[in-house]
Write a new protein. Structure first.
Length: 374
């Protein structure tokens, strides 16, 4: 427990560093100190209990040593007086018994190291027993064409019990551009998350190119998929690294062209180091629009057979939205799924889906959607 509290305190300090402005601007509250004090008190209590056990063991050893030594001297003296043993035997017995006691003493004195080893093993066990992503062996080949997507009676529930999808059926043809609409919490983002291979505990079947998604090797699946989801973020590295993610096949001219389309080129040119500009973790000092543009470029660049874009145009001006849709429509090979409520984007897509309560209640073209809502 002491070790858990120790790492818990370190985690809380890291969390404070991450959201330090929230606490700075919330005057009159000492929640951060209360939380830290609670964890620290737990740590000190656990350490006190730990040393109390060690102290008990040490005192037990001292008492045992005194009793054995006293018993040995009394019995030995009596036997010596009765002449049942001689002085040499008495000394030899004393040496043997004291040697045994000394060995036991060394063992008990080093028990704290044994406890440290056991704690380390327990920590390693927590890591080895953590859930890992389950994947298959099928390879999603880089054929240069978009993938087909099929949902057959798919239902999915998150661990907190929220039912995200209910008996969903969906067919997307290779190369189709799909706009997914619906209110917050309807299940739009869950559709994208299932297609990343992150979840396999759903009912029904999800097929990519007519192969169950659970059969795919995740490395090959994600290498052919451009993903923009809300959990993604900027990491501490250069602008170039944040955009390419180490993909050496991405050319600088492709980055520059896409940067012009999404309006990021002015930011790049304004930086003294350009693409070598170091970015803070989570993009702390960057405007929201710049962060979103970097993440969008990360998803779009490279040869992708499937693009999963969650609210990609949140902070983007209308002209740049049109440029990006032109970019996506120019690539007639990739299959694209976009979650957005933007009417102009929906109009530019081949297929419009409306999700409500975890089920698709409309599936058709933008014109059909307009007619339905007149």
């Amino acid at each position: 427990k002491a070790s858990d509290y120790k790492y818990g305190l370190a985690a809380w300090l890291e969390e404070l560093a991450r959201v330090i402005k929230s606490f700075k601007y919330s005057r009159g509250t000492d929640l951060h100190m209360q939380r830290a004090d609670k964890i620290l008190s737990g740590y000190l209590h656990s350490r006190t209990e730990h040393f109390r056990i060690l102290l008990t063991q040490y005192w037990s050893l001292v008492s045992f040593k005194i009793l054995i030594t006293a018993a040995m001297l009394i019995v030995g003296a009596l036997l010596l007086v009765d002449q049942q043993i001689n002085i040499g035997q008495f000394i030899a017995a004393e040496i043997v018994i004291l040697t045994v006691i000394g060995s036991v003493e060394k063992l008990i004195m080093n028990l704290d190291k044994v406890y440290d080893v056991l704690t380390s093993v327990q920590k390693l066990n927590k890591i080895t027993e953590s859930e890992v992503e389950v994947e298959g062996t099928a390879i999603l080949a880089d054929s240069g064409k978009g993938v087909s997507i099929d949902f057959h009676n798919v239902s999915f529930q998150y661990q907190d019990g929220i039912q995200a999808l209910r008996g969903m059926d969906l067919h997307v043809k290779p190369g189709q551009k799909v706009c997914i609409m619906g209110e917050s919490g309807a299940g739009k983002s869950t559709i994208l998350r299932l297609l990343t291979g992150a979840f396999t505990n759903f009912d029904g079947s999800v097929l990519v190119d007519d192969v169950p998604i659970a059969n795919y090797n995740l490395t090959s699946l994600r290498a052919n998929t451009g993903i923009l989801l809300s959990q993604q973020d900027i990491f501490h590295g250069t602008l170039f690294e944040n955009i390419t993610m180490g993909n050496k096949s991405i050319q600088l001219k492709d980055i520059t062209e896409l940067a012009e389309r999404c309006g990021l080129v002015n930011f790049i040119q304004s930086q003294p180091k350009g693409f070598d500009t170091e970015l803070d973790p989570t993009g702390k000092r960057l405007p929201s629009k710049i962060r979103q543009d970097i993440l969008l470029m990360r998803a779009l660049l490279g040869k992708r057979r499937l693009l999963l874009l969650e609210e990609p145009f949140q902070h983007m001006e209308t002209p740049y939205q049109q440029h990006i849709m032109e970019y996506l429509n120019a690539d007639r090979e990739a299959t694209v799924l976009i979650t957005t409520e933007n009417a102009a984007i929906a109009k530019a897509c081949d297929l419009v889906l409306y999700v409500e309560n975890g089920a698709i209640t409309f599936q058709g073209s933008w014109q059909q959607w307009q007619e339905k809502n007149r």
